[in-house]
Design a protein around this ligand. Sequence first.
Ligand SMILES: Nc1ncnc2c1ncn2[C@@H]1O[C@H](COP(=O)(O)OP(=O)(O)OP(=O)(O)O)[C@@H](O)[C@H]1O
Ligand SMILES: [Mg+2]
Length: 457
Amino acid sequence: MLSGLLAFLYPISAPGSVRLTALFGRIGIMREAKRPSIPQYFNNAGRNQNKNQAHRPGLLQPAPAQARLRRWWTMAAFTMLPEDSPPRPLGILHLEDCALDHELVRRALHQSGERCELERVETLEEFGQRVQAPNFDVILADYRLPGFTALDAWQILQRQAEQPPFILLSGAIGEPAAVAAIKLGISDYLAKDDLSRLAQIIRRAMELHSIRRAKEQADLELARSERRLADFAEHLQTTIEQERAAIAREIHDDIGGALAAVRFDLSWLGRHSTDPATQGHISAATEMLQHALEASQRIMMNLRPAILDQGLVAAVQWLAAGFAKRTGIATTVHAGPQTAAWSKAVQLVAYRTAQEALTNIAKYAACDQVTIDLSDTEQVLTLEVKDNGRGIAPAELSKPEAFGIRGLHERAKTVGGWLDVSTHRNRGTSIILSVPLSPAPSDTQQGADWHDPRYSL
Ligand SMILES: Nc1ncnc2c1ncn2[C@@H]1O[C@H](COP(=O)(O)OP(=O)(O)OP(=O)(O)O)[C@@H](O)[C@H]1O
Ligand SMILES: [Mg+2]
């Protein structure tokens, strides 16, 4: 395998080494003696395309050199054959009811130096059967046949996993109909009285086809990788929530338990000591202890918002009150009547959104007013946190080290929602979370509810 690859990397024109027959060798488009090297071919193809663009806009843009090279590597890697492998003849399925026309096509291809194997089918049934076992490189189809058209054949082809390029070869169709057919996805059109161009049209259709296949493959890979990223983000958020819940439990059980015991001992000492100096130390220690208890309560609340047990509205009001107290910024919460049951996952996402938005406002907004709106009209939960501060510059949102708002986008997706950021220079910022209240994916797939350990509060 490795030695094959090394041989491949060796200059392809080197005699005795591996020869790349790539697409052209495979389809036998050019005579052996005239066949250019693969890079030459693509350069020529680019030039030819340029010429053809004049009367065929949008069919194929000239590829930049890098993209051509990349395509060449991909195609060559798939079609590398040893030096002495004869190029396989081009397999053509010809849908044609007229035997004479079929013969003319055979001759035209022969005259152009093609090595091809042509097979003719006449009826839609025959065509349907043949394309089920696809061993053709290209399909040529007359447009109008007895009782059906090439478009019916095209529809049948659409049901197959393997779809070779499909070229209309017809005399009974005008240019507008041909263009409409190509818009449907049919590879190309050639008039029957122009058979001298058939080889060229086939070559171009096959090249386009392979480019399209490569693009489809790349799109598929991209979609897969986006899905993986979204899954990973969801997993990360769930793990973070679990970790937070675990740390909060430890603070509650260990630190909370120890502080309660210290308070018990301090009050015992207070009751049994009459020494004023000792009493002074005890009351200072009790004050310190109270401070530590409040701090641990606050940390627990931030880590694990138990207030959510009382509902999202209560939790947001609690957040807002704490924020206003800490920052001195006037904060108002408007909460419409709750018309639907909000899942625990959705409430947690809304709570974390409000929390991050308020943290950002405290850090950056330089504002004196904050409004939080919470509503669930028309089966969409909407949470808006609005300030009247300095606004966010576009560059700030793409800071590489900033993860807050980016994380909120990902969080919203985990419950089937989305986040909008609306901001104007010196006219404030709105962070808006919207979540359709039909069962969210994470709820239905993973059964999240109030008792789901992932969200235990
Ligand atoms: N309400 C706001 N008003 C003004 N600027 C804001 C506001 N919210 C965010 N920003 C700007 O947008 C940037 C990105 O915010 P984001 O929450 O994504 O990251 P961060 O707060 O900087 O870091 P992190 O949240 O990861 O700790 C901030 O650095 C800040 O410059
Ligand atoms: Mg932030």
